[in-house]
Each structure stands twice: as C-alpha cells, then as structure tokens.
Ligand binder design. Sequence first.
Ligand code: VAH
Length: 319
Amino acid sequence: TILILGACGQIGTELTQRLREIYGSEHVVASDIREGDADFLNSGPFEIINAMDKERILEVVKKYKVTQVYLMAAMLSATAEKIPLKAWDLNMQSLLHVLEIAKEKHIQKVYWPSSIAVFGSTSPKIDTPQQTVMEPSTVYGISKVSGEHWCNYYHNKFGVDVRSLRYPGIISWKTKPGGGTTDYAVDIYFKAKEEGKYECFLEEETKLPMMYMEDAINATIQIMQAPTENIKTRTSYNLAAMSFTPKEVAEEIQKHIPEFEISYKPDFRQEIADSWPQIIDDSAAREDWSWNHSFDLELMTKDMLSNIGTKNNELLTAL
Ligand code: VAH
C-alpha cells in the first residue's frame, strides 16, 4: 500500500489520482493536515495526518500495512520566506520522520521531492549540472539541499531506498497555486481566461525552468518504478522539460486569446527567481532511468487553456 503525505497539495492531488489509477484506489491512502476539496477524496482511503507527527504517520503506516511513502507535504519558496522557522520545521521534521520509519523497516521505499531551489546565485545558470556549487539563498532551498543530504545519508548508512527529483516550476490547472515563486505561470492562465489580463510579479525576461504537471507525475512514477541499480544518485536528480519567461508565456497565450494583456509589477519574489538557474541539465536522469518529457510551452498552453473553465474546473475555481 502507498501512503501520500500532503495529498491535497498541487502535486499531491494529481499524484494521488494517478497512483490510484495505476495501483487501485484501495491501495493508495491519501492524507493531509486537513480534508481538502479534491474530488479523489471519496475514491479511496483518506486520513488526517500532520506530517510533523511521527507517531501519527506510524499509526497509519501500521493500520494500512503501508510499504511506500510519498512525502509531498512542504512549504514552498515564497511562503517559507515569510515564516522561515516554521517552514524549516515542517520541511525537515516530516522528512526525518519518514526516513526514520524507513530505517526502522516499517516501509520499503520513500519518495521525497527536492527542487531547483537548491541552486543559488553562485550556481551556473545555464545547463546547471547535476553536481555543482549549491548556495541557496531561500529558506525553502536551504531545507531542500539539507534534505537531499539526509536522504543520501540514510541511504548510505542504513540502506533506505529513498528517491528524489529536483522539480522545476510545475504548472497545472487542477489545483490553485500554492505559494511558489514559479506559480505566476499557473496564475497567468487562470487570469487570461477569467479576466483577459494579468499583472505578473516577475519581470518579463525572468527565465525559469518549468514543467507541465503530467510530465512531473510521469517522472515521479518512473523513478519510483526504476530498478534500484539504475538509481545512481541518492541526493536528488535534476529534472527539466522547458524554460521560458513571462513574456514568452504571454505571447503563447495571445495565440489563443489575442486580446490578452500582461503587465509587470515585480515583488519580493523577483529576488528569489533571480537566484535560481535558467536552464537545467537533466542528462543524468535521462541516462540513468530513461527520463523524457512530453510537453513544451505550445502543447502545455493548449492543454491549460482548454481545461481551465471546464465543468470539473469550474467547481474548483468556485470554491
Ligand atoms: C516554488 N514551485 O516556486 C516551487 C518550486 C522551483 C520552484 O520549488 O517554490
């Protein structure tokens, strides 16, 4: 059985749905700190779990004989800058609890997401390598680079089978943005459809690595299903699909909504974005476990605009 912590978050929501399609709903336990509004809730087991409560996680692991945990609960970059120590506690305590539970052999496999936020201004911005200087300047990035070293430590010292991906910005339409700096690229599509205009909190030339949710979910399933001997990196794998600027997204949207207008009003998130890479080298993932992306900006824009404002999405945006 699989347990997902943070199942109501941006990635957790779609990961839960996909895992239930693959393994059967009854074999995928969704959990979060509160009951969300995702429609998957009544399609399989759901438990209220605070990812910082180790005893509660263990209780649910034993109740459902969980063998794999996907730890998707975390505080993202923009939110974390507002409450640094709470973000550190959530992001690190949850990971250490799950690694300990795996070390104690209650579960066999762990998935833990890292991020391109582990890189800082001193990392190469173009074709950022798998291994390079990593001096993150955000609380979120500090927690993710620390978490990577903990994953590597528990693997090397205790044989824990933990796998990790450095997600770029992820774009989707099923959930509203969750406090990320890259979430302008989610908001812009909703505002284009709902209001025909968008005020962007990043400058127009801010290029960032991005990925469509479908690709991120595929990569997550793929690395977890890969034979253990193919996993050569136990900190975390660089993962990439495309890189674009707010200007390029706006131009792509205007191919579908010609009257769409974008304006720019950079805020504190500009500094976060400026510290991150622009183009990521994910050749290690492509070599080790055959990673390959499917969505580019054109295909993603078509899919986003055709799904936003549909029946199932109206319910969400109405909530
Ligand atoms: C954020 N979406 O903006 C997340 C992610 C690389 C970006 O870490 O914080």
